[in-house]
Each structure stands twice: as structure tokens, then as C-alpha cells.
Unconditional design. Structure first.
Lengths: 179, 434
């Protein structure tokens, strides 16, 4: 009973804040709504007895990812992107969302839990699996993050900054003297 | 960790959300900026507001308890709710004590007396300050983004407060003894950054915004060495449970095995809580208080509370991870714990009286070029020592060696003569072009 109440609350929070991310036109609000969504998902992980995942969710998504989103907002020109606008990728987004929905629905219909009693995964078992059997996918995931980081770096360093850097590297003595 | 224990955390979060909501509602209702110009300025006098605030706090507390009871049910819920309230009261008292202590320590450092007027030796000064803060008018600038602006102090305080659920004060003196305690602390301390961002962005003030950008950059950079050091400690112990970490240290505190980890953790902790010499994001002379520049009265007081709670938290964590917590001869455990915590806190205040503030680029350079690589080196070396069962003194030697390397790096970066300037003169011509 208690878990049902908690789950309904969290699910409502996830869905509501998720809608907020999509519907708001203000990027800063969207980032904050995203934070609420991700933290609420961590709550659902706790209900599923995955405490480690929940804490990692808060740490990585709630902390790092949202902060990086905010950081990206700062690095791009705020006057250009202060409000979200429609872009030509809308149909593509619909297709992607439908595909994910289809896969998840299929998975739900297929999945029959084999265990009778609820128990969480042990942290040791998780670590061993992750670093032996799933080591390569794990490393590939980190590569994806690296590529994203480099992309963000490129987007942030456009135009004015690049010119200024070239000037600095040239080491031209400042004209007019300093004070 | 019991299954109910996990629920307790969720319940605590929900309860605090409700509590925060009530507090927010009060502020919305309490101040109507629309007719502020028409109403006589003395419309809400101090004692009246204090009364309203106290009733609201009481009501919020009751609703928090109710929420926890609904979510959990049973005796466990009452214990958790009681623990939360007791914790809040305890932390408030600690913050009062810390403000007094800081002013006294700073006074000694600067060869003056500190507060002396209110009560004997100025002992009642923090209480006078608290009353002043609560009864002060809470000004809302007309241009702020109200929702974000009001929620920011709460978003900053809640994670800070929730961390204390897993902190053991002595053997068994803990609300929830989580197996993943250390990870829990790190995860929730990261969330507080959102509060700083909301404060800076919501106040729509350029100093506030600059300050919050600085805060984000600083906090996200110094998180990494802290996490790596915490991992090193977890590796030494083989557990993330804070009580086990203290018990594993026994009579040989980890500061002996990890001298470099200790220094890293203290530096990183100071940067995370934004205290001198890393108080860059609320530097008064540069960004005028940063994210908090537009706040006043009770809302500012919440930020203030959270900052001091964080300072205390750094002291507590250093004591737990490196100074073997409550273990000590003769005196009872709790007493030892507080002796150690207050020793660390005194050192933090002493830093404030001693060191000048770093510049933002120096801070970033220190974080990314010195602390992070050396933290990883420390981590790998410790891993070798643990895996091959090298004796403890090898770890001590490695730590001291890294400390030397760190000192050399800092010296070469910041204080060596003839280094290249990091700030460039900008000719007036270029400025005109911009």
C-alpha cells in the first residue's frame, strides 16, 4: 500500500515534470523540470529496490547532466537561445519517440519476472558483472560521453572567441601601452 | 539497509517538499508586491511577522510529520519524523554556535575581541542576529522570476539537510545507517548546485547570474577530486557505510595512511562550500554576494543557514573519514567526535582569517591541473597498495610524496617568479571595436 502511494506520487511527478520539460518555452525552466524528472526517477529506482542505481541517478543525472545542460545554456549565446523554438527535426523526434515507446511496450509485454520474492541486486554482483561481462559496452558508453563533450566544446568555441585566441597566440605587443 | 529505511528517505524528501511548499505559500501570501506602494510601510510589523512565521513553521512541521506517517505508517515513521525534527533543531543550534565561533576566531586572528556587547562575552549575539534576520523586511525586487526566486533557498537547503540522515555522531547514533552512506552524501551534495543556479537566475541580476555561473563551474570542478578521494577511502575500507569506515580506522586514523587524500578532501570541501580562499562565487568585492545579492530577511537566512550547515558538514566528514570519528581514549565517543569536528572547523575559520581569495582562473587551474590528476594518481597507488597488501607505511610515504608534488605544482603555477601573466592588458582600441 505504502509503495503504491509512493509510486503514484513519483510517477505523477515524473510525468508532470517531463511534460514541463517539453512544453515550456524557457530553456532554464526546461532544465529545472528535467532535474525534477530525473530525481523522481531515482525515487522509482528506490521503490524497485535498486538503491545504488537511485543514488547514481541522482549523482550523474540530477547533478552532472543537468548542470552540464545549464552550462551549455551559458556557453551558447543566451540572446539566441533564451527561448526554445520549433525546428525542422520535429517529425524525426516523433518517430524516435514512437520507436522507443514501441520497444518499451514490447518489453513490458514480454517480461515475466521469474523471482517470487523482491530483493535488490547486491552491489558486489553489480560491480563484477559490469567490469567483466559488460566491460566493453561500459567503456563504449564513456566514449559516447567523450564525443558529446568534444561536440559541446566545438559549438561553444565559435566566432569571436576563436579570433581572440588567434590574437593571443600571436603574442602581439599591446599597442598604446598599459597602465 | 532495510527496505523501510529506503522508504524513510523518500518520506523525508516528500515531507520536506510539503514543508517547503507551505513556506513558499506563506511568502507568496505574506507579501503582495502589487500594493506595496500603497500600503503604509509599517503594515507588517516585526512581532506580527514573527508570529506568522512561527505558526507556519509549526504547521509545516506538522504537515511534514503527517506526510511521513502517510507514506510509511507505523512506529518507524514516527521515529524518522522525530529524528528529522531533532536534527533540524540540532543543526540550528550548531549554526548559531558556529556564527559566534567564527566571529570570535576571526577576532583573535585580527587581534580584536569579536562580539562582546550582547550578553556575557557576546554569547547572545547569534540569537540577536537570528531575531534580526527573521523580523527583517523580506524585499522582493519587482523584476525577479518569482517562482524560481522563492524556491531557490529551499532547493538549496533541502539536499543539505537530507545529507544529515546518514551521518553517525557516535556508534549507533544515526537516523539511517545506510550501506551506501558515502555515495548518498556525495549524490545529495551535488543537488545543491541547482539551488544556487535558481537563485542567480531567478533574481535576474547580473551579479547574481555571474555568481551562480561561477558557482556551477567551481562546484562541478571540485566535485571530482572529492569523489575520487571518497572512493579511495571506500577502497581502503571495502565499504561505503560511514560507521564501518570509522570502525575500520580504529586507532590508526586514515590521515596517517592518506595524508594527501586528507589535504585534497579539505581543499575540495572548502571549494564545494565556497569558503575562503575559494569564496569566489559570492565574493563581495567582485560579484557583491553572487547568487544571494537580491535576497534579504528570512530567505537570505535560509541560505546563510545552509552555508553554515555545509561548513559543519565538511568538518564532520573530515572527522569521520580521516580522523577516525568518535574513537578516542577515556572520554565518551560523542565528545571525541565533536572535539575533532570543531578542531577541523576552527582550522577552516583560521583559513578565512589567513588566506586571500583566489582568482577564478587560478581556482580552475588548481582544480583541473593539480587536484584532479593527483587525486587519480593517489587513487591508483592506493589501489596497488590494497590489492598487493603492501604495509601501511608505504601508503603514508606515497601520500607524502604526492603532497610534495602538489606543493611543487602550486608553487610553479601561482607563486614562482617570471611566470606568464594570466590576465592580459586589453588595449583601448580593442574595447572600442567591441
Amino acid at each position: 500500500m505504502a509503495s503504491l502511494v509512493a509510486f503514484s506520487f513519483l510517477a505523477a511527478l515524473v510525468l508532470g515534470a517531463g511534460l514541463g520539460v517539453v512544453l515550456t518555452r524557457n530553456v532554464a525552466y526546461a532544465a529545472l523540470f528535467l532535474l525534477v524528472t530525473l530525481v523522481a526517477v531515482a525515487g522509482i529506482f528506490i521503490l524497485a529496490l535498486a538503491e545504488f542505481l537511485a543514488l547514481v541517478q541522482v549523482l550523474i543525472y540530477g547533478g552532472a547532466i543537468v548542470i552540464v545542460v545549464i552550462f551549455a545554456l551559458m556557453l551558447t549565446r543566451i540572446e539566441e537561445f533564451s527561448r526554445v523554438r520549433d525546428n525542422p527535426q520535429k517529425p524525426l523526434a516523433v518517430v524516435a519517440a514512437l520507436a522507443i515507446l514501441g520497444v518499451l511496450t514490447a518489453a513490458f509485454l514480454q517480461f515475466r519476472p521469474a523471482v517470487a520474492t523482491l530483493r535488490g541486486a547486491s552491489l558486489e554482483g553489480l560491480g563484477k558483472e559490469l567490469f567483466t561481462r559488460w566491460a566493453i559496452p561500459f567503456e563504449v558508453a564513456s566514449l559516447v560521453l567523450l564525443v558529446a563533450l568534444l561536440g559541446a566544446f566545438l559549438i561553444a568555441r565559435t566566432g569571436v572567441d576563436r579570433d581572440r585566441d588567434r590574437d593571443r597566440d600571436g603574442d602581439a605587443p599591446p599597442e598604446g601601452g598599459g597602465r | 539497509m532495510s527496505w523501510l529505511g529506503v522508504f524513510a528517505i523518500i518520506g523525508g524528501v516528500v515531507a520536506l517538499m510539503v514543508f517547503a511548499g507551505v513556506l513558499g505559500m506563506f511568502t507568496f501570501v505574506g507579501r503582495d508586491p502589487g500594493d506595496a506602494a500603497l500600503a503604509p510601510p509599517e503594515a507588517d510589523d516585526g512581532p506580527g511577522r514573527l508570529l506568522v512565521l512561527m505558526t507556519t513553521l509549526g504547521g509545516g512541521g506538522m504537515m511534514a510529520i503527517a506526510a511521513v506517517v502517510i507514506v510509511l505508517g507505523g512506529l518507524d515513521a514516527l521515529i524518522v519524523a522525530g529524528g528529522l525534527l531533532a536534527l533540524f533543531a540540532f543543526l540550528s543550534v550548531v549554526v548559531l554556535a558556529l556564527t559566534y565561533m567564527e566571529r570570535k576566531v576571526l577576532g583573535r586572528v585580527q587581534q580584536r575581541l569579536g562580539p562582546m556587547r550582547v550578553g556575557p562575552w557576546g554569547l547572545l549575539q547569534p540569537i540577536a542576529d537570528a531575531i534580526k534576520l527573521i523580523t527583517k523586511e523580506d524585499i522582493t525586487p519587482s523584476w525577479v522570476d518569482k517562482g524560481v526566486y522563492w524556491l531557490a533557498p529551499v532547493a538549496f537547503f533541502i539536499p543539505t539537510f537530507l545529507i544529515w540522515l546518514v551521518i553517525p555522531f557516535a556508534s549507533g547514533w544515526v537516523i539511517r545507517d545506510l550501506d551506501l552512506g558515502l555515495l548518498y552524501i556525495i549524490a545529495f551534495s551535488v543537488l545543491a548546485i541547482a539551488g544556487l543556479f535558481m537563485a542567480g537566475w531567478g533574481s535576474a541580476n547580473k551579479y547574481g547570474f555571474l555568481g551562480s555561473l561561477r558557482a556551477i563551474a567551481q562546484l562541478i570542478s571540485y566535485e571530482i577530486p572529492i569523489i575520487v578521494v571518497a572512493l579511495t577511502i571506500a577502497m581502503l575500507t571495502g565499504s561505503l557505510n560511514l560507521s564501518s569506515i570509522v570502525e575500520a580506522q580504529g586507532s590508526v586514523p586514515y590521515i596517517a595512511l592518506q595524508p594527501f587524500g586528507f589535504v585534497l578532501f579539505l581543499i575540495g570541501g572548502l571549494a564545494e562550500i565556497g569558503r575562503t580562499p575559494f569564496d569566489i562565487y559570492h565574493a563581495e568585492s567582485e560579484v557583491m554576494g553572487g547568487p544571494f545579492v537580491e535576497y534579504s530577511g528570512a530567505h537570505w537566512a535560509i541560505f546563510y543557514l545552509a552555508e553554515y550547515v555545509n561548513t559543519f558538514l565538511v568538518g564532520v566528514l573530515v572527522a569521520l573519514l580521516f580522523l577516525s570519528g568518535w574513537v578516542g581514549p577515556v572520554l565518551p565517543g560523542v565528545l571525541w567526535f565533536f572535539i575533532k569536528v570543531f578542531a577541523v572547523v576552527t582550522v577552516i575559520f583560521w583559513f578565512r582569517g589567513t588566506f586571500p581569495r583566489l582568482r577564478i582562473d587560478q581556482l580552475m587551474a588548481l582544480g583541473w591541473k593539480a587536484l584532479i590528476p593527483l587525486a587519480f594518481v593517489n587513487f591508483v597507488l592506493t589501489a596497488f597498495a590494497v590489492f598487493y597488501h603492501w604495509p601501511g607505511w608505504t601508503m603514508t610515504l606515497m601520500g607524502l610524496g604526492l603532497l610534495l608534488a602538489f606543493g611543487y605544482l602550486v608553487n610553479a603555477r601561482f607563486t614562482a617568479p617570471g611566470r606568464r601573466p594570466t590576465v592580459r592588458m586589453i588595449p583601448a582600441k580593442e574595447l572600442r571595436g567591441a
